[in-house]
Design a protein around this ligand. Structure first.
Ligand SMILES: *[C@@H]1O[C@H](CO)[C@@H](O)[C@H](O)[C@H]1NC(C)=O
Ligand SMILES: *[C@@H]1O[C@H](CO)[C@@H](O)[C@H](O)[C@H]1NC(C)=O
Length: 501
């Protein structure tokens, strides 16, 4: 506040400052955003500037210039034409990891339906990474373009490894969808009505939901289809075993196979690489071209890239999670989403998808929500959810030993730990002391040097490290961990390099 007034001594009123910001940002907007930008109108930009929120100009320009963002007539060949699938009521107000879970499945549905998935930007309503309340008390949540987090097939990247996929099936931004699908051309499906029409309900298997919706959506001739009324894949299915039947088909689809972190995330990992390894950064993280490096200089980092040698990534979900753990235990909930893949009964269930080859092998994660001898379910679940410092130290030691002897996968020489955490820094600092005493090099989320833009996606930066580490220990009840699990598996990491507390 004071430095502000020192810089503009005569501009005492908020309104005068707002006016200046509006003019400046209008000019900036015309420079950086010459095309469609309905989602982020200039007055919003001026509020963002007032709050010191980053504007992500490079990333917005990258999104606008995606090669599929051209008029449909230029993409269509013969009778085929671009077709779109939009979910305006996808999960709202939840953390980014809940949204990512859902977006990946919706991308798979769009793929099976021969439609381009429409990706929205992210509005940080939950766990805001920066202050977002104006001096007058109004809240203006931070707007983050989707490609600040990921740049794989869900956010407009290729649907193949060699770029030979059809441009017209690549995901488009919500802004572009609004350009090519004016309201009058949009055919709306009501989520609940269609669910009933397809013979689905709250007990349906994930694979049936996916297949019946895909059939319906691919048979529709309307190019612009919007599914309104709520999320198709909501937290209800992510906390249920009904999800698992989707894995054989979904894990082979482009949404997960061609998942990649954004170049912004890559840049953050590249610059902080000395915290993760004593080796120089690998090719998969290295920018091309001359300095200064921009968003476009960095490759989108994916987990098919070679692992970060010697690194054990651990996820310690702390903070408000303790209350959440009590609730999870009380309600007898399962592990979140793909973290259930270790549950013994899952690996013996029949595969429900007709396209899956006979003898399909489920990825057998070694850990699950087991009930320890002599303990109640609740006590065991709480220990899995909220491990003590002693448990953590002895567990990582055991995993270092078993990874060294190899067996199912090539032997690992784990020497460093990266702690991805939202915990209390002094508790984490104390834990680090004990880990160092046990011979580990230790770094954590708190050591990462991030730019303001990178800071807004710090969770994704942490996750890219956990997904790239040679071995990983996660929190079974956490959606962040579940997303790391699916990305590791899709990138070809051995299931036995994936553990839970
Ligand atoms: C769904 O989205 C549409 C379009 O943005 C909006 O008009 C409608 O109110 C939303 N419905 C729900 C249930 O959120
Ligand atoms: C993942 O990254 C590696 C290394 O940069 C690259 O060679 C590979 O093509 C990428 N894989 C996919 C599926 O995009």
């Amino acid at each position: 506040m004071n430095s502000h007034q020192a810089k503009f001594p005569r501009l005492q009123s908020l309104w005068a400052r707002l006016c200046i910001f509006t003019v400046v940002s209008l000019v900036l907007f015309w420079v950086f955003l010459p095309r469609h930008e309905s989602h982020f109108p200039p007055w919003t930009a001026s509020l963002a500037q007032e709050l010191g929120h980053p504007m992500f100009p490079d990333i917005r320009s990258y999104e606008q210039n995606l090669p599929q963002h051209v008029m449909p007539s230029l993409l269509s060949k013969g009778t085929d034409r671009p077709r779109y699938l939009f979910f305006p009521n996808a999960t709202w107000g939840c953390g980014w990891n809940n949204i990512l879970q859902e977006q990946l499945l919706n991308t798979h549905l769009a793929y099976l339906s021969d439609r381009a998935y429409v990706f929205p930007g992210y509005i940080a309503r939950d766990h805001p990474p920066l202050p977002d309340t104006l001096p007058n008390g109004d809240r203006h949540p931070l707007h983050i373009p989707a490609n600040a987090f990921t740049s794989g097939s869900t956010t407009g990247g290729p649907l193949s490894s060699d770029g030979t996929d059809r441009l017209m099936r690549r995901a488009v931004s919500e802004e572009w969808y609004n350009v090519v699908c004016p309201r009058t051309e949009v055919v709306t499906l009501d989520l609940h009505g269609t669910t009933r029409e397809l013979g689905l309900d709250d007990n349906s298997e994930g694979v049936d939901i996916m297949d019946r919706w895909a059939k319906k959506l691919s048979e529709m001739t309307a190019p612009c289809v919007s599914v309104d009324g709520g999320p198709l894949f909501s937290y209800v299915i992510f906390s249920s075993k009904r999800l698992i039947s989707l894995w054989p088909s979904y894990s082979q689809g482009p949404a997960l196979k061609y998942f990649a972190w954004s170049p912004l995330v890559t840049a953050a990992v590249f610059r902080n690489f000395q915290l993760l390894s004593q080796h120089p950064p690998p090719q998969a993280l290295t920018p091309t071209g001359d300095r200064p490096h921009t968003f476009r200089s960095f490759p989108p980092y994916n987990s098919s890239a070679p692992p970060i040698l010697g690194l054990l990534g651990i996820h310690l979900r702390r903070g408000d999670f303790k209350q959440h753990c009590y609730r999870l235990v009380r309600e007898g909930l399962e592990y979140n989403a793909w973290n259930q893949l270790g549950t013994p009964e899952i690996t013996v269930r029949p595969v429900l998808h007709p396209s899956t080859p006979p003898g399909y092998a489920w990825p057998a994660l070694p850990d699950y929500l087991d009930i320890r001898q002599g303990q109640s379910r609740g006590d065991t679940a709480f220990d899995h959810c909220w491990p003590s410092a002693e448990t953590i130290v002895s567990r990582v030691n055991a995993i270092r030993q078993s990874a060294e002897s190899g067996g199912a996968f090539p032997s690992q020489n784990l020497r460093r730990i990266y702690i991805a955490t939202n915990g209390d820094p002094s508790w984490i600092g104390n834990l680090a002391v004990h880990l160092r005493a046990d011979g580990w090099d230790v770094s954590s989320s708190f050591d990462m040097q991030l730019t303001l833009e990178e800071h807004t996606v710090a969770q994704a930066v942490d996750m890219s490290v956990l997904a790239g580490a040679e071995s990983f220990i996660g929190a079974g009840f956490s959606s962040l961990t579940s997303n790391v699990v699916q990305i590791r598996l899709a990138g070809g990491k051995h299931p036995e390099t994936i553990h839970f507390w």
